[in-house]
Design a protein around this ligand. Structure first.
Ligand code: F6R
Length: 345
Protein backbone atom coordinates (compact mmCIF):
# COMPACT_ATOMS: atom_id res chain seq x y z
CA UNK A 1 0.00 0.00 0.00
CA UNK A 2 2.78 2.40 0.92
CA UNK A 3 4.63 1.70 -2.29
CA UNK A 4 1.54 2.33 -4.36
CA UNK A 5 0.85 5.57 -2.46
CA UNK A 6 4.36 6.76 -3.32
CA UNK A 7 3.86 5.86 -7.00
CA UNK A 8 1.06 8.41 -7.34
CA UNK A 9 3.06 11.35 -8.75
CA UNK A 10 4.42 9.08 -11.50
CA UNK A 11 0.96 7.61 -12.22
CA UNK A 12 -0.51 11.09 -12.67
CA UNK A 13 2.46 12.13 -14.82
CA UNK A 14 1.82 9.13 -17.11
CA UNK A 15 -1.86 9.93 -17.34
CA UNK A 16 -1.18 13.52 -18.31
CA UNK A 17 1.00 12.18 -21.12
CA UNK A 18 -1.94 10.11 -22.38
CA UNK A 19 -4.18 13.17 -22.82
CA UNK A 20 -4.93 12.35 -26.46
CA UNK A 21 -7.25 9.44 -25.51
CA UNK A 22 -9.12 11.70 -23.15
CA UNK A 23 -9.52 14.51 -25.68
CA UNK A 24 -11.11 12.10 -28.17
CA UNK A 25 -13.69 10.94 -25.61
CA UNK A 26 -14.35 14.55 -24.55
CA UNK A 27 -15.17 15.32 -28.20
CA UNK A 28 -17.72 12.48 -28.31
CA UNK A 29 -19.33 13.76 -25.11
CA UNK A 30 -19.49 17.31 -26.45
CA UNK A 31 -21.19 16.08 -29.61
CA UNK A 32 -23.70 14.07 -27.57
CA UNK A 33 -24.42 17.14 -25.37
CA UNK A 34 -26.30 15.02 -22.79
CA UNK A 35 -29.05 16.33 -20.55
CA UNK A 36 -27.67 14.21 -17.70
CA UNK A 37 -24.70 12.04 -16.78
CA UNK A 38 -25.05 8.93 -14.60
CA UNK A 39 -22.05 7.40 -12.84
CA UNK A 40 -21.97 3.75 -11.91
CA UNK A 41 -19.32 2.39 -9.53
CA UNK A 42 -18.68 0.74 -6.16
CA UNK A 43 -16.36 1.45 -3.24
CA UNK A 44 -13.44 3.79 -3.90
CA UNK A 45 -14.55 4.07 -7.50
CA UNK A 46 -17.92 5.31 -6.27
CA UNK A 47 -16.12 7.96 -4.22
CA UNK A 48 -14.31 9.05 -7.37
CA UNK A 49 -17.76 9.25 -9.00
CA UNK A 50 -18.90 11.67 -6.29
CA UNK A 51 -15.96 13.86 -7.30
CA UNK A 52 -16.99 13.51 -10.96
CA UNK A 53 -20.51 14.65 -10.09
CA UNK A 54 -19.30 17.87 -8.44
CA UNK A 55 -16.87 18.49 -11.27
CA UNK A 56 -19.33 18.06 -14.14
CA UNK A 57 -22.15 19.92 -12.42
CA UNK A 58 -19.98 22.87 -11.34
CA UNK A 59 -18.02 23.11 -14.59
CA UNK A 60 -20.50 22.12 -17.29
CA UNK A 61 -23.83 22.60 -15.51
CA UNK A 62 -24.98 19.11 -16.54
CA UNK A 63 -26.88 17.34 -13.76
CA UNK A 64 -25.24 14.11 -12.62
CA UNK A 65 -26.40 11.20 -10.55
CA UNK A 66 -24.96 8.08 -9.00
CA UNK A 67 -26.59 4.90 -10.28
CA UNK A 68 -28.16 2.32 -8.04
CA UNK A 69 -26.92 -0.80 -9.93
CA UNK A 70 -29.35 -2.99 -7.96
CA UNK A 71 -32.17 -1.43 -9.96
CA UNK A 72 -30.77 -3.34 -12.95
CA UNK A 73 -29.42 -6.47 -11.24
CA UNK A 74 -31.84 -7.16 -8.37
CA UNK A 75 -35.01 -5.49 -9.59
CA UNK A 76 -34.42 -5.90 -13.35
CA UNK A 77 -35.92 -2.46 -14.00
CA UNK A 78 -33.26 -0.36 -15.74
CA UNK A 79 -34.10 3.35 -15.64
CA UNK A 80 -34.67 5.11 -19.00
CA UNK A 81 -31.14 6.06 -20.02
CA UNK A 82 -31.61 6.70 -23.76
CA UNK A 83 -29.92 9.92 -24.82
CA UNK A 84 -27.87 10.13 -21.65
CA UNK A 85 -24.26 9.40 -20.85
CA UNK A 86 -23.22 6.66 -18.44
CA UNK A 87 -19.71 6.77 -16.97
CA UNK A 88 -18.64 3.55 -15.28
CA UNK A 89 -15.65 3.59 -12.94
CA UNK A 90 -13.98 0.35 -11.89
CA UNK A 91 -10.26 -0.16 -11.39
CA UNK A 92 -10.56 -3.91 -12.05
CA UNK A 93 -13.26 -3.51 -14.67
CA UNK A 94 -14.82 -6.67 -13.23
CA UNK A 95 -17.45 -5.52 -10.73
CA UNK A 96 -20.39 -7.46 -12.23
CA UNK A 97 -23.18 -5.06 -11.30
CA UNK A 98 -21.29 -2.09 -12.71
CA UNK A 99 -20.74 -3.97 -15.98
CA UNK A 100 -24.39 -5.06 -16.15
CA UNK A 101 -25.55 -1.50 -15.62
CA UNK A 102 -23.41 -0.37 -18.54
CA UNK A 103 -24.72 -3.14 -20.79
CA UNK A 104 -28.31 -2.19 -19.95
CA UNK A 105 -27.56 1.48 -20.66
CA UNK A 106 -25.90 0.68 -23.96
CA UNK A 107 -28.78 -1.50 -25.12
CA UNK A 108 -31.03 1.49 -24.59
CA UNK A 109 -28.86 3.86 -26.62
CA UNK A 110 -26.94 5.69 -23.89
CA UNK A 111 -23.36 6.69 -24.67
CA UNK A 112 -21.15 4.68 -22.32
CA UNK A 113 -17.65 5.46 -21.07
CA UNK A 114 -15.59 3.08 -18.93
CA UNK A 115 -12.74 4.25 -16.71
CA UNK A 116 -10.57 1.30 -15.71
CA UNK A 117 -7.05 0.11 -15.03
CA UNK A 118 -7.65 -3.13 -16.91
CA UNK A 119 -7.69 -2.88 -20.72
CA UNK A 120 -8.85 -6.50 -21.18
CA UNK A 121 -11.62 -6.31 -18.58
CA UNK A 122 -15.34 -6.99 -18.99
CA UNK A 123 -15.97 -3.27 -18.52
CA UNK A 124 -13.58 -2.27 -21.29
CA UNK A 125 -15.40 -4.72 -23.57
CA UNK A 126 -18.83 -3.39 -22.66
CA UNK A 127 -18.50 0.39 -23.16
CA UNK A 128 -18.33 2.54 -26.30
CA UNK A 129 -15.21 4.30 -25.00
CA UNK A 130 -12.54 3.27 -22.51
CA UNK A 131 -10.27 5.57 -20.57
CA UNK A 132 -7.35 3.69 -19.05
CA UNK A 133 -5.84 4.65 -15.71
CA UNK A 134 -2.27 3.73 -16.70
CA UNK A 135 -1.59 3.08 -13.00
CA UNK A 136 0.24 -0.24 -13.41
CA UNK A 137 -1.06 -3.26 -11.47
CA UNK A 138 -2.49 -2.37 -8.08
CA UNK A 139 -1.43 -5.17 -5.75
CA UNK A 140 -2.61 -3.74 -2.47
CA UNK A 141 -6.23 -4.65 -1.81
CA UNK A 142 -7.00 -1.10 -0.67
CA UNK A 143 -7.21 1.15 -3.69
CA UNK A 144 -4.92 4.20 -3.54
CA UNK A 145 -3.16 5.00 -6.82
CA UNK A 146 -6.15 3.96 -8.91
CA UNK A 147 -8.39 6.33 -6.93
CA UNK A 148 -6.03 9.25 -7.57
CA UNK A 149 -5.82 8.20 -11.22
CA UNK A 150 -9.63 8.12 -11.49
CA UNK A 151 -9.86 11.68 -10.12
CA UNK A 152 -7.19 12.82 -12.53
CA UNK A 153 -8.82 11.22 -15.59
CA UNK A 154 -12.16 12.78 -14.67
CA UNK A 155 -10.51 16.20 -14.30
CA UNK A 156 -8.73 15.75 -17.65
CA UNK A 157 -11.99 14.71 -19.29
CA UNK A 158 -13.95 17.66 -17.96
CA UNK A 159 -11.12 20.07 -18.71
CA UNK A 160 -11.12 18.94 -22.37
CA UNK A 161 -14.93 18.73 -22.59
CA UNK A 162 -15.45 22.24 -21.18
CA UNK A 163 -12.24 23.65 -22.70
CA UNK A 164 -11.32 24.94 -19.24
CA UNK A 165 -7.87 26.48 -19.43
CA UNK A 166 -7.56 26.96 -15.65
CA UNK A 167 -8.22 23.26 -15.05
CA UNK A 168 -5.77 22.28 -17.75
CA UNK A 169 -3.06 24.47 -16.27
CA UNK A 170 -3.78 23.19 -12.77
CA UNK A 171 -3.53 19.57 -13.95
CA UNK A 172 0.06 20.15 -15.04
CA UNK A 173 0.98 21.08 -11.46
CA UNK A 174 -0.42 17.88 -9.93
CA UNK A 175 2.66 15.60 -10.06
CA UNK A 176 4.72 18.16 -8.11
CA UNK A 177 1.92 18.71 -5.59
CA UNK A 178 1.56 14.97 -5.07
CA UNK A 179 5.30 14.67 -4.56
CA UNK A 180 5.16 17.40 -1.90
CA UNK A 181 2.16 15.74 -0.25
CA UNK A 182 4.23 12.56 0.15
CA UNK A 183 6.65 14.58 2.29
CA UNK A 184 3.95 14.39 5.01
CA UNK A 185 4.76 10.71 5.55
CA UNK A 186 6.85 11.28 8.70
CA UNK A 187 4.04 13.40 10.20
CA UNK A 188 1.52 10.64 9.43
CA UNK A 189 3.87 8.05 10.99
CA UNK A 190 4.34 10.12 14.15
CA UNK A 191 0.62 10.85 14.41
CA UNK A 192 -0.64 7.28 14.04
CA UNK A 193 0.22 5.95 17.56
CA UNK A 194 -1.96 8.66 19.14
CA UNK A 195 -4.98 6.96 17.51
CA UNK A 196 -3.94 3.36 18.13
CA UNK A 197 -7.09 2.68 20.19
CA UNK A 198 -9.54 4.77 18.16
CA UNK A 199 -12.74 2.84 17.49
CA UNK A 200 -14.87 5.41 15.74
CA UNK A 201 -14.55 8.80 14.13
CA UNK A 202 -16.24 11.24 11.82
CA UNK A 203 -14.67 12.45 8.61
CA UNK A 204 -15.91 15.69 7.12
CA UNK A 205 -15.39 18.08 4.23
CA UNK A 206 -17.55 20.00 1.82
CA UNK A 207 -17.92 20.53 -1.92
CA UNK A 208 -15.34 18.81 -4.11
CA UNK A 209 -13.66 17.35 -1.05
CA UNK A 210 -16.77 15.54 0.12
CA UNK A 211 -15.38 12.77 -2.09
CA UNK A 212 -12.11 13.02 -0.14
CA UNK A 213 -13.98 12.57 3.15
CA UNK A 214 -15.80 9.50 1.78
CA UNK A 215 -12.57 7.94 0.52
CA UNK A 216 -10.60 8.71 3.71
CA UNK A 217 -13.38 7.14 5.79
CA UNK A 218 -13.40 4.06 3.54
CA UNK A 219 -9.62 3.62 3.93
CA UNK A 220 -9.92 3.94 7.74
CA UNK A 221 -12.66 1.30 7.78
CA UNK A 222 -10.98 -1.13 5.41
CA UNK A 223 -7.38 -0.97 6.61
CA UNK A 224 -7.71 0.12 10.27
CA UNK A 225 -11.13 -1.35 11.17
CA UNK A 226 -12.19 2.04 12.55
CA UNK A 227 -15.92 2.79 12.24
CA UNK A 228 -15.33 6.01 10.31
CA UNK A 229 -18.37 7.83 9.03
CA UNK A 230 -18.05 10.46 6.31
CA UNK A 231 -20.44 13.36 6.29
CA UNK A 232 -20.61 16.52 4.27
CA UNK A 233 -19.90 19.32 6.74
CA UNK A 234 -23.28 20.78 5.84
CA UNK A 235 -25.02 17.51 6.71
CA UNK A 236 -22.98 17.29 9.92
CA UNK A 237 -24.57 20.51 11.11
CA UNK A 238 -28.03 19.17 10.30
CA UNK A 239 -28.02 16.99 13.41
CA UNK A 240 -25.26 14.35 13.44
CA UNK A 241 -22.91 16.78 15.24
CA UNK A 242 -24.82 15.55 18.30
CA UNK A 243 -22.47 12.55 18.52
CA UNK A 244 -19.44 14.80 19.05
CA UNK A 245 -18.48 14.95 22.71
CA UNK A 246 -15.22 15.81 24.42
CA UNK A 247 -12.39 13.82 22.84
CA UNK A 248 -14.46 12.48 19.90
CA UNK A 249 -12.13 12.17 16.89
CA UNK A 250 -13.02 14.12 13.75
CA UNK A 251 -10.87 14.13 10.62
CA UNK A 252 -11.58 17.42 8.86
CA UNK A 253 -10.47 18.58 5.41
CA UNK A 254 -10.12 22.35 4.90
CA UNK A 255 -8.80 23.08 1.42
CA UNK A 256 -8.49 26.48 -0.19
CA UNK A 257 -11.46 27.58 -2.27
CA UNK A 258 -15.12 28.32 -1.76
CA UNK A 259 -15.59 25.67 0.90
CA UNK A 260 -12.74 26.90 3.11
CA UNK A 261 -14.45 29.51 5.27
CA UNK A 262 -17.35 27.13 5.95
CA UNK A 263 -14.89 24.42 6.99
CA UNK A 264 -13.08 26.88 9.27
CA UNK A 265 -16.38 27.67 10.99
CA UNK A 266 -17.21 23.98 11.38
CA UNK A 267 -13.73 23.35 12.80
CA UNK A 268 -14.24 26.14 15.36
CA UNK A 269 -17.60 24.67 16.36
CA UNK A 270 -16.10 21.19 16.71
CA UNK A 271 -13.17 22.55 18.72
CA UNK A 272 -15.68 24.29 20.99
CA UNK A 273 -17.29 20.90 21.66
CA UNK A 274 -13.89 19.53 22.63
CA UNK A 275 -13.55 17.29 19.55
CA UNK A 276 -10.18 15.67 18.89
CA UNK A 277 -9.60 17.44 15.58
CA UNK A 278 -7.25 15.97 13.01
CA UNK A 279 -7.03 18.43 10.13
CA UNK A 280 -5.74 18.22 6.59
CA UNK A 281 -5.34 21.66 5.06
CA UNK A 282 -3.37 23.65 2.51
CA UNK A 283 -4.12 26.86 4.40
CA UNK A 284 -3.16 28.18 7.83
CA UNK A 285 -3.41 25.58 10.62
CA UNK A 286 -6.87 25.62 12.21
CA UNK A 287 -7.11 26.81 15.80
CA UNK A 288 -8.02 24.00 18.16
CA UNK A 289 -6.64 21.21 15.96
CA UNK A 290 -4.88 18.42 17.86
CA UNK A 291 -3.04 17.39 14.68
CA UNK A 292 -2.40 19.30 11.45
CA UNK A 293 -1.25 17.65 8.24
CA UNK A 294 -0.40 20.68 6.18
CA UNK A 295 -0.23 20.33 2.43
CA UNK A 296 1.82 22.74 0.37
CA UNK A 297 -0.01 25.37 -1.63
CA UNK A 298 0.32 25.11 -5.38
CA UNK A 299 3.00 27.47 -6.65
CA UNK A 300 0.32 29.18 -8.76
CA UNK A 301 -1.22 30.20 -5.38
CA UNK A 302 -4.86 31.23 -5.39
CA UNK A 303 -5.12 30.48 -9.12
CA UNK A 304 -4.93 26.72 -8.41
CA UNK A 305 -8.44 25.41 -9.02
CA UNK A 306 -10.28 24.18 -5.94
CA UNK A 307 -11.65 21.49 -8.26
CA UNK A 308 -8.24 19.80 -8.24
CA UNK A 309 -7.57 19.95 -4.48
CA UNK A 310 -9.04 16.46 -3.87
CA UNK A 311 -6.09 14.92 -5.74
CA UNK A 312 -3.34 15.94 -3.27
CA UNK A 313 -5.73 16.11 -0.28
CA UNK A 314 -6.33 12.36 -0.14
CA UNK A 315 -2.59 11.58 0.15
CA UNK A 316 -2.10 12.48 3.86
CA UNK A 317 -5.25 10.50 4.67
CA UNK A 318 -3.91 7.46 2.79
CA UNK A 319 -0.61 7.79 4.68
CA UNK A 320 -2.42 8.10 7.99
CA UNK A 321 -4.58 5.05 7.25
CA UNK A 322 -1.48 3.07 6.28
CA UNK A 323 0.48 3.94 9.43
CA UNK A 324 -2.53 3.55 11.70
CA UNK A 325 -3.13 0.13 10.21
CA UNK A 326 0.47 -0.85 10.95
CA UNK A 327 0.44 0.40 14.56
CA UNK A 328 -2.80 -1.50 15.12
CA UNK A 329 -1.15 -4.71 13.96
CA UNK A 330 -3.14 -5.04 10.73
CA UNK A 331 -1.52 -5.89 7.42
CA UNK A 332 -2.96 -3.13 5.22
CA UNK A 333 -2.23 -5.14 2.07
CA UNK A 334 -4.53 -7.97 3.06
CA UNK A 335 -7.16 -6.50 5.36
CA UNK A 336 -10.02 -8.72 6.43
CA UNK A 337 -13.29 -8.16 4.62
CA UNK A 338 -12.00 -7.00 1.25
CA UNK A 339 -10.82 -8.68 -1.93
CA UNK A 340 -9.33 -7.02 -4.96
CA UNK A 341 -12.41 -7.83 -7.00
CA UNK A 342 -15.76 -7.85 -5.22
CA UNK A 343 -18.40 -9.71 -7.16
CA UNK A 344 -21.72 -8.20 -6.19
CA UNK A 345 -24.76 -8.50 -8.38
C1 F6R B 1 -11.48 0.23 -1.74
C2 F6R B 1 -11.64 -0.92 -2.54
C3 F6R B 1 -13.02 -1.40 -2.89
C4 F6R B 1 -13.18 -1.22 -4.39
C5 F6R B 1 -14.51 -1.75 -4.89
C6 F6R B 1 -14.68 -1.51 -6.37
O1 F6R B 1 -10.18 0.39 -1.28
O2 F6R B 1 -10.65 -1.45 -2.94
O3 F6R B 1 -14.02 -0.73 -2.19
O4 F6R B 1 -13.06 0.15 -4.67
O5 F6R B 1 -14.57 -3.14 -4.64
O6 F6R B 1 -13.68 -2.14 -7.10
P1 F6R B 1 -13.49 -1.82 -8.64
O7 F6R B 1 -13.02 -0.39 -8.71
O8 F6R B 1 -12.47 -2.80 -9.11
O9 F6R B 1 -14.82 -1.99 -9.30
Amino acid sequence: MLREITEQPAVVGRLLDAAREVVAVAGALRRRDPAAVIFTARGSSDNAAVYGKYLIEATLGIPCGLAAPSVVTLYERPPRLRGGVVVALSQSGESPDVVEYVRAARRQGALTVGVTNAPASALAGATHHTLLLHAGPEHSVAATKTYVAQLTVLAMLVSAWAREVALERGLMGLPALLEQALALEPVARETAPRYRHMEECLVTARGYNYATALEAALKLKETCYVAAEALSAADLLHGPIAVVEHGFPVLLFALRGRALSFMQQVAARLAGLGAELITITDDEPLPGAAVTLRLPQASSGSAFPEALTPVPAIVPAQLLAYHLSVVRGVNPDVPRGLRKVTRTR
